[in-house]
Design a protein around this ligand. Structure first.
Ligand code: FES
Ligand SMILES: [Fe+2]
Length: 360
């Protein structure tokens, strides 16, 4: 008699835990997302995390799970700088140590401890270290240009995406997509796709640079140039640093001058992502411009336009890609590779190498 072997496959796109670089800084939240009093909860690298600010304003992070019966501590309440679990009121200090047990004789079991995570507040973000090695502040790249200048010259936004974080890195490292995906505000009028960016890499970074001319200039800059309708020279300069930070500078100029942010009308941006899970991602975008820096209304309008462009134009494509890939490895799917893939493929390989190195 024939017997049939029935293989049961997980549903396409089924969640599996991701492999992440761990001994590195990830953004946990915008500084402005965590206020002075509330308990803030967010899942990062498949781990639930509680973040709150002590009375002195310093932010702290710990596993958002009571070691007794696993209630998220973020459901509980604050008592000074400590957190009281909602379920049976064990109390923990911000080192994760249990300081009070209202049950029985009040004995505090040895195992009543919560794992804490180092946090660093810099450049408008709370950065978290979730690896087991000691946190190394030197591994956070310098994004201090975000800090320098008028408060209305910088803006931040948060987005949540239903796709793996490496798909966003691919998207930003390959800016040739902008003429095909985005509308009028950042079009290069077809100039970017034919260009092969200059790509440079180091042991821990990948940089790509494009220079081109277009008429008129990119809409986000045209009105700040001497002749908004005339040709302008442009540049994009982007640098990826592990795990998922892409610093992007873009600018335009008419007449003499260098293609940099000193001479051009432009902006200094940071795209940074943190995996929530293997298939979902927290995505932050920060931007500081070097023109009409004091205009608060323009600042609000501009960040909303950028946010909407990402969410309405990039996200539907990236989320569809993620769904179509169904959790398969990018290279296993044997993607067609073209000239615009040089930088994103270098990043994928380098990130993979760093993860393998870390895992030993
Ligand atoms: S689950 Fe937290 S005290 Fe019981
Ligand atoms: Fe885009």
């Amino acid at each position: 008699m024939d017997t049939k072997v029935i293989e049961i496959h997980p549903a396409a796109g089924a969640e599996k835990k991701g492999r992440y670089l761990r001994n590195i800084w990830y953004v946990a939240a915008l500084s402005s997302e965590v206020n002075a009093t509330d308990l803030f909860a967010r899942t990062l690298l498949d781990t639930s995390v509680l973040i709150y600010r002590k009375a002195d304003g310093t932010a702290v992070a710990m596993h958002d799970r009571c070691p007794h019966r696993f209630v998220p501590l973020s459901k509980g309440t604050r008592q000074g700088d400590e957190v009281v679990c909602k379920y049976h009121a064990l109390r923990f200090d911000c080192d994760g140590k249990c300081t009070h047990n209202p049950h029985g004789n009040g004995h505090i079991p040895e195992a009543a401890k919560v794992k804490t995570f180092p946090l660093m507040e810099k450049y408008g973000f709370l950065w978290i270290w979730m690896g087991d090695e000691p946190a190394d502040p030197a591994l956070l790249p310098d994004y201090s240009p975000l800090d320098h200048g008028h408060e209305n010259g910088v803006a931040y936004t948060y987005m949540h995406m239903k796709a793996n974080y490496e798909l966003i890195i691919d998207n930003v490292m390959d800016l040739s997509h902008i003429d095909h995906v985005h509308g009028e505000i950042i079009t290069t009028r077809g100039q970017l796709s034919p260009l092969i960016p200059k790509v440079k890499d180091t042991a821990r970074t990948v940089n790509a640079r494009w220079e081109w001319k277009q008429t008129p200039a990119m809409m986000i800059f045209a009105n700040f140039l001497p002749d908004p309708k005339a040709e302008a020279r442009h540049f994009f300069d982007i640098t990826w640093s592990p795990p998922a930070n892409i610093q992007l500078s873009v600018g335009a100029i008419q007449g003499d001058g260098n293609l940099d942010l000193k001479d051009c009308t432009g902006q200094y941006d940071l795209h940074t992502t943190t995996p929530e899970s293997n298939g979902t991602t927290h995505y932050w975008f920060a931007t500081r411009r070097n023109h009409i820096e004091e205009d608060g209304d323009f600042n609000k309008m501009k960040i909303k336009a950028m946010h909407d462009a990402f969410v309405d134009e990039d996200f539907p494509i990236i989320e569809a890609v993620g769904k179509e890939m169904g959790g398969e490895d990018f290279f296993d799917l044997k993607p067609v590779l073209m000239s615009n893939d040089i930088a994103p493929v270098k990043v994928r390989k380098l990130l993979q190498h760093l993860i393998e190195q870390e895992e030993g």
